[in-house]
Design a protein around this ligand. Structure first.
Ligand code: AMP
Length: 287
């Protein structure tokens, strides 16, 4: 496994990969890896012959007062995990390598970046768009793999690549969960034992919403109320949003008659957690 830290070194390794005829697959991460990240890496190995992982805690996607400074980091452990997973190249740039000066470019997704997580994290998706565009331009992968865990991010990355004609295929992999359903996240380490126990209500709420749709419920507001109900019983969790929205436009439909995204964001005293379930109603179950 080769670790590269500069854009020049990444480009020169990319050149030799291309000369060797490799299909390069990139998995962008912010490190502090867990099994969710490693599932993306395994998928990447099926999709190509040279697996690249970037590890970069991107400052431009954190707002003032967010957890940039305390975001968990453990590069030696990450490198061990990636080596064991058979990764070919790890790109670990410094902040000044990626942002030698304040970027003048602003990537906006009007209507899509100011809802759900964007509503409480203004500027977050502009930062995500910028860093993903840079990583795609630096690594020039044929395929890039993202997680459904960050559904809004995955949607915006697909739109970025489609609208700007990046020559890359975006693959989105299902969310990997702990055995009790909590979505794996680097931020789960922030949770106290009591918060960790309470946090199962997030997936519980999503499942209630999913089950209601499967049973024929077609009113998105009823589904949202069901998703939120379990959370209300958890004093350690405060609900930021529980929504039932279209998978492509993130707008709540009048009625559920196509694929929807059930998505939640929850705050504890120590972390902000997100999760979602994509749900497709079956025509027979409608009531
Ligand atoms: P992060 O390091 O949190 O920026 O995540 C890097 C990539 O891993 C993103 O595409 C995430 O959506 C994905 N990811 C994070 N957690 C999970 C999970 N539990 N299951 C699947 N993918 C995940």
């Amino acid at each position: 496994m080769e670790t590269v830290t500069t854009i020049n070194a990444a480009r020169s390794r990319r050149k030799s990969d291309r000369q060797a005829g490799h299909t390069v697959v990139l998995v962008p991460t912010m490190g502090f890896l867990h099994d969710g990240h490693l599932a993306l890496v395994r998928r990447a190995a099926q999709l190509g012959s040279s697996v690249w992982v970037s590890v970069f805690v991107n400052p431009t996607q954190f707002g003032p007062g967010e957890d940039l400074a305390r975001y968990p980091r453990d590069l030696p452990r990450d490198l061990d995990l990636l080596r064991a997973a058979g990764v070919d190249v790890v790109f670990v740039p410094t902040e000044s390598e990626m942002y030698p000066r304040r970027p003048a470019v602003h990537i906006g997704f009007p209507g899509l970046d100011d809802v759900l997580c964007g509503a409480s994290r203004p500027g977050h998706f502009a930062g995500v768009g910028l860093v993903v565009a840079k990583l795609l331009n630096i690594v020039e992968p044929q395929v890039a793999v993202f997680g459904q865990k960050d559904a809004q991010q995955a949607l915006l990355v697909r739109r970025l690549v489609e609208d700007l004609d990046f020559p890359v295929e975006i693959v989105v992999e299902p969310t990997v969960r702990e055995t009790d359903g909590l979505a794996m996240s680097s931020r789960n380490v922030f949770l106290s034992p009591a918060e960790r126990r309470a946090a199962t209500a997030i997936y519980g709420g999503l499942c209630q919403g999913r089950d209601a749709v499967a049973a024929g419920e077609r009113d998105p507001q009823v589904v949202e109320a069901l998703m939120a109900a379990l959370l209300a019983a958890q004093p350690l969790l405060s609900l930021e949003y529980a929504v039932c929205v279209g998978q492509e436009d993130l707008v709540r439909p009048q009625r559920i008659n196509g694929p929807v995204l059930l998505a939640m964001a929850v705050r504890t005293a120590s972390a902000r957690l997100i999760d979602n379930l994509p749900v497709t109603p079956s025509p027979e179950s409608s009531r």
